[in-house]
Write a protein that binds this ligand. Structure first.
Ligand SMILES: Nc1nc2c(ncn2[C@@H]2O[C@H](COP(=O)(O)OP(=O)(O)OP(=O)(O)O)[C@@H](O)[C@H]2O)c(=O)[nH]1
Length: 624
């Protein structure tokens, strides 16, 4: 197809615009399908085609997952001989590739607001998974038309009949209406593009009203500053406008307006129903927040589009440089990352054991891992991260309330109540595993809210669970108990009072703040024993005996001892070569410089890294 006769941005009749997104469980093939569409519509030619074209960040490529949403404009022609259900002619498709992981649900929900239809993609060898449901519910909540598609039909293990019926049952259509594709071989993708044109409602909006556009993404680009992705609802945005962000009333000069196809293409303006980008002088994505409404400064709109939510951090952890000299580099690195990630928060913090670092807030564990990975990789830092924890509310006997994002801030004195955040979790698994899943959820203080059979051998179980129990190794354990067959999705759902205590770990009587944890009273003993045992193995023997204790307040609940030894570096030096002796002693001194001192106990940084490493969340690899 030639792009020269494709409709131009700014003057496109809304009736030929189709805005859609692709939603799916992680790994069901969204990015591959998006690639295939780019190829078929001619916006990416064979030569520049690379796998996962839209996943631009290195880390996205390496992990094979999508982190930031992207929007692409593609022309698609319905020929006269296949026009049943649509006028023949060239249409404009705006495709929004959405992230699939639970940490980025907020981004998915904003992307959905910019569309009229959602292609619901399901792996024909896996069937419906937890995030298939979660994303479907989000899409239905946004009133989108759903186009059900079974992908990967080329796989020998595909069970098209079974899963088409399951999917049809879920969205309420006939199994024959489920489209079949292989994003890998391209089978069925052309038919899907035709169906998108036929089934997706054209956008409605008023071209004569003041401009209103929804920000559904904003990213920081080193060369161009903040690039804001918008969907225009009413009016027009032109490169000559000064624009206003309606939540803050901040006014910005517009430097450029354009569409992505699949590289940025400048346009004079974008109008009703169109999806495009804006570049202003803004230097920081926090000034151009996802969910906000953009209008023009003069004769602007007075009513913003539907409300938007601040992404609140759910999980906190301390990040410390292993080498204290790297502290300024870490600060600069966090500042740079935040330009691109409005959800990342950080503030300086000092730890008696680890020195200067930052308390960082994340949307979830995957978000935390990705941030840490990027800091280490892109800024060449070696970091120690403390165990992640959620936010607790502590009410004292005298009625004062504290918000605790760090165990070391846990207040002293008489505590009346501790409140913890809870989540609503949905687990999908083969029915054979119901018993073991229930056992695990019980262990993690979950409450069963309901259970449904999706088909004969597949169940959906709904639980409320304390978020603090989910952030550690819940997902890992769920996967290992179900041989990898279960999938999990959760969302924040208020808080509850719980019997929580702070467990301190003491080395030679000195509490080590980095190892303190807030845990349920029933789990306090096992946390203490586990940590004391780990540290006994990790901390090298010193010239004196070192007791390791775990304590709740003044009460010691577990104890280990590291026996004394004198490491005699001169032992191998017979004879009296004084310069050699001095050399060895200096080497020992240099080694000691890296050590972290807890009282008089020297702890190598590696011991902190190993002791604080929880079982790695399975999402680390980006796969289920
Ligand atoms: N055999 C086969 N493999 C496919 C097909 N579509 C995608 N895949 C493979 O499935 C894996 C996951 O595909 P992606 O496109 O990265 O999945 P995704 O849904 O975008 O994943 P996230 O971006 O992480 O949410 C890749 O290894 C693809 O090559 C298909 O139609 N057939």
């Amino acid at each position: 197809m030639s792009l020269t006769n494709a409709p131009k941005p700014g003057s496109t009749d809304p009736s030929i615009i189709r805005n859609f997104c692709i939603i799916a469980h992680i790994d069901h093939g969204k990015s591959t399908l998006a690639d295939r569409m780019l190829q078929l519509t001619g916006v990416v030619d064979e030569r520049s085609q690379r796998a996962q074209y839209l996943d631009r960040m290195d880390i996205e490529r390496e992990r094979g997952i999508t982190i930031k949403s992207q929007a692409v404009r593609m022309p698609w022609t319905i020929p006269a001989d296949n026009a049943e259900g649509a006028e023949p002619g060239t249409y404009v498709l705006n495709m929004i590739d959405t992230p699939g992981h639970v940490d980025f649900t907020y981004e998915v929900s904003r992307s959905l607001e910019a569309c009229e239809a959602a292609v619901l993609l399901v792996d024909a060898a896996q069937g419906i998974e937890a995030q298939t449901l979660a994303n479907l519910y989000l899409a239905m909540g946004a009133d989108l038309h759903i186009i059900p598609v079974l992908n990967k039909i080329d796989l020998p293990s595909a069970n098209v009949e079974k899963y088409a019926a399951e999917l049809a049952g879920l969205v309420g259509c006939e199994p024959e209406e489920v489209l079949l594709t292989s994003a890998k071989t391209g089978v069925g993708v052309e038919a899907l593009l035709n169906e998108i044109v036929k089934q997706t409602p054209a956008p409605v909006g008023d071209a004569d009203k003041p401009a209103r556009a929804l920000i559904f993404d904003s990213v920081y680009d080193t060369y161009r500053g903040v690039v804001t992705y918008v969907r225009v609802v009413d009016g027009k945005l032109s490169h000559r406008d000064r624009i206003k962000m309606m939540s803050t009333n901040a006014v910005h000069e517009m430097l450029e307006v354009g569409v992505i196809s699949p590289e940025p293409v400048k346009a004079g303006e974008i109008g009703v129903g169109e999806v495009g980008y804006l570049i202003t002088g803004v230097k920081d994505v926090r000034q151009s927040r996802v969910g906000d409404t953009v209008t023009s400064q003069h004769h602007g709109a007075t009513e913003p589009l539907g409300g938007y939510k601040h992404p609140n951090p759910m999980v906190y952890a301390g990040l410390y440089p292993i080498d204290g000299d790297d502290y300024p580099t870490l600060r600069d690195a966090l500042e740079k990352l935040q330009l691109n990630d409005a959800a990342l928060t950080y503030e300086p913090e000092t730890s008696g054991a680890l020195g200067f670092g930052f308390r960082c807030g994340f949307l979830g564990l995957l978000h935390m891992e990705i941030t840490r990975d990027r800091l280490e990789r892109e800024f060449n830092l070696d970091l120690i991260s403390t165990a992640p924890n959620v936010v607790y509310g502590v009410v004292m006997d005298d009625g004062t309330e504290h918000v605790v994002t760090n165990p070391s801030e846990y207040p002293d004195g008489k505590v009346a109540e501790v409140r913890e955040p809870v989540v609503k979790a949905t687990i999908l698994a083969p029915a054979d595993y119901i018993g073991t899943i229930m056992e695990l959820c019980q262990l993690k203080r979950g409450n069963l809210q309901g259970m449904d059979y999706l088909s004969e051998d597949r169940v959906e179980m709904r639980y409320t669970l304390p978020m603090g129990e989910i952030v550690f190794d819940f997902f890992d354990q769920l996967k290992s108990r179900t041989k990898g067959y279960a999938s999990l999705d959760y969302e924040r759902s208020g808080e509850q009072a719980a019997d929580l205590v702070k467990v301190d770990i003491l080395l030679q009587g000195e509490p080590v703040d980095a190892f303190s944890a807030i845990v349920h009273r029933d789990a306090a003993y096992s946390y203490g024993v586990m940590m004391a045992g780990k540290l006994k193995d990790l901390i090298p023997r010193q010239q004196f005996e070192v007791p390791i204790q775990a304590a709740i307040g003044a009460r010691v609940i577990a104890r280990e001892t590291i026996r004394a030894i004198r490491k005699d570096v001169l032992a191998k030096c017979y004879g009296g070569d004084i310069s050699r002796k001095r050399k060895l002693l200096e080497k020992q001194k240099a080694g000691k410089k890296r050590m972290k001192n807890i009282g008089s106990v020297e702890v190598p940084p590696e011991a902190f890294v190993a002791a604080l490493a929880t079982t790695q969340p399975a999402e680390k690899s980006g796969k289920k």
